[in-house]
Design a protein around this ligand. Structure first.
Ligand code: ADP
Ligand code: MG
Length: 498
């Protein structure tokens, strides 16, 4: 299928071309004809599958451009408001359409001025409700779009949304887009949509095949080591590390900074200016690692995030889908990596079932493995490097005192230091151990004794500490490496206290 088949006007085809879109994504191919026919729609497709254009293109196609605010898009967060309005601006500017972004924290007068000049507004629920209730603005849009509806629900905006709709004309086309479809969203859809058609991108289409999903089994105290080792090994371009709590985001940020990484923390209660600034530096590559809570990173659209790390597995499947959707965007490949403790394996199984996906277990590479890889890279870099006159001079100077082999050894020692892999040799469980645990988790499923067992373990010893200590004993020679990285023990203490 091509975009030509929609018979869009020339200005719109031009914009699609400029955006570099070659062919419609599944949610676009399915939704656009329905919207063009004038139907209400409820569409579900995974994040990163192009939902913005799925409503943006047909709505822009149908807009007259001379009627004030003709399209109203409601999104859950300010970041999304900016992202979505950027994208709609791109599609609409060739037709001379003006876009305004409406969110809390900005000055009223300027915002209202911009709304009055706009054809499309993209708004967050709080400020929009505020403007409508206080009668600072009245709106009469022909198109109303509720984007990322499940996130609205998560962020507690249902009441605002319902209230906003009391200020909108009954005669309108309403479109609802969401990555997941919780029950409350379906109920809301019945209230605000009029005989909607539904589009559901089926599981296999919905699971973004550009994202490889892996998990590693580690003891709780090994999470920091595991994370560093994996980052060392995978060498991500940009990555996002997800934590469950803000407290953990802060701790991990200072730890990663102390290890020499360029990181930035992102949590929900940051000042808007600061958040925008942080996101910009991530996009520009000044920051290579984002450490974030679920809410803070919702909807974040950065195209070249190569890896998502779940420092802890999220509590629910929907969060998992949202988290991993930050990578593998716009046709790029991505990898989602989850660290779990042995007693979290059931959660893996549950998420796999809910999401209709498979996560593959892997063993964390040993220090030796990572070292060999990096040494190999270094050797090929050395042989490929061009010799400079300054280098020749330097060797000449050194040759006054040293023979050529000694010089080579010294230089190698200097460059080799750069690729030195830190940490203990073995981190986390081996493949056989993981398989045994998975087997055990399967057998326990649903059983009464299994439940009791799990609860007891969780409370008593703080997770898997006990069992993994036993394990490193089993692994004999490997266990000797435990204390090698200085500060290791210190970190464990800190973690236990948290
Ligand atoms: P969603 O809302 O489903 O999470 P977005 O609308 O944010 O996804 O789109 C994700 C990315 O994919 C954006 O950068 C967007 O510009 C890009 N994109 C959307 N549709 C296409 C397409 N047909 N071809 C190429 N890239 C696309
Ligand atoms: Mg979206």
């Amino acid at each position: 299928m091509t975009f030509q088949e929609f018979n869009f006007k020339d200005t719109l085809n031009q914009a699609i071309n400029d955006a570099g879109f070659k062919e419609p994504s599944p949610v676009q191919a399915n939704s656009i004809p329905i919207i063009l026919e004038g139907h209400d729609i409820i569409a579900q497709a995974q994040t990163g599958t192009g939902k913005t254009a799925a409503f943006g293109l047909p709505v822009i196609q149908m807009m007259s451009g001379n009627k004030g605010v003709e399209a109203l898009v409601i999104v859950p967060t300010r970041e999304l408001a900016m992202q979505v309005s950027d994208e709609l601006f791109r599609f609409g500017k060739t037709a001379g359409l003006k876009t305004a972004t409406v969110y809390g924290g900005a000055a009223y007068n300027k915002q209202i001025e911009r709304i009055n000049q706009a054809n499309i507004i993209v708004a967050t629920p709080g400020r929009l409700q505020d403007l409508l209730k206080s009668k600072r603005i009245t709106l009469n849009p022909s198109f109303v779009i509720l984007d990322e509806a499940d996130e609205m629900l998560d962020m507690g905006f249902l009441d605002e949304i319902k209230n906003i709709f009391t200020f909108l004309p009954a005669e309108r086309q309403t479109l609802m887009f969401s990555a997941t479809m919780p029950k409350q969203i379906k109920i809301l859809a019945e209230q605000i949509l009029n005989s909607p058609k539904s589009v559901t991108i089926t599981k296999s289409e919905r699971t973004n095949t550009d994202i490889t999903q892996k998990f590693y089994v580690v003891a709780d105290y090994e999470r920091d080591d595991a994370l560093l080792r994996l980052i060392d090994y995978k060498n991500p371009n940009k990555c996002i590390i997800f934590c469950r709590m803000k407290k953990e985001v802060d701790r991990l940020s200072s730890y990663m900074t102390s290890q020499g990484f360029k990181v930035a923390a992102l949590h929900g209660d940051m000042e808007q200016k600061q958040r925008e600034h942080t996101i910009r530096s991530f996009k520009q590559g000044l920051v290579e690692i984002f450490i974030a809570t679920d809410v803070a990173a919702r909807g974040l659209d950065v195209n070249d995030v190569s890896h998502v790390f779940n420092y802890h597995i999220p509590f629910d499947s929907e969060s998992y889908v949202h988290r991993i959707g930050r990578t593998g965007r716009a046709g790029n490949k991505g990898e989602a990596i989850t660290l779990v403790s042995p007693n979290e394996l059931r959660t893996i199984k549950r998420i796999e079932k809910d999401v209709g996906t498979t996560m593959v277990s892997e063993v964390i590479p040993t220090r030796q493995e990572v070292q060999s890889r990096k040494d190999g890279d270094l050797l090929s870099k050395i042989v490929q490097t061009e010799v400079t006159p300054a280098a020749i001079d330097m060797v000449k100077t050194l040759q006054h005192d040293l023979d050529i082999v000694a010089i080579a050894h010294l230089l190698a020692a200097i460059v080799q230091k750069e690729v030195d892999v830190k940490g203990k040799d073995i981190i986390g469980l081996g493949q056989e151990e993981i398989e045994k645990l998975i087997e055990r988790a399967k057998n326990q499923r649903g059983g009464d004794s299994g439940n009791r067992n799990r609860r007891g373990r969780g409370r008593g010893r703080g997770g898997s500490g006990g069992s993994s200590r036993g394990r490193s004993g089993d692994r004999g020679q490997r266990s000797g490496n435990r204390g090698e990285r200085s500060g290791n023990r210190d970190r464990n203490h800190r973690q236990n206290r948290n």
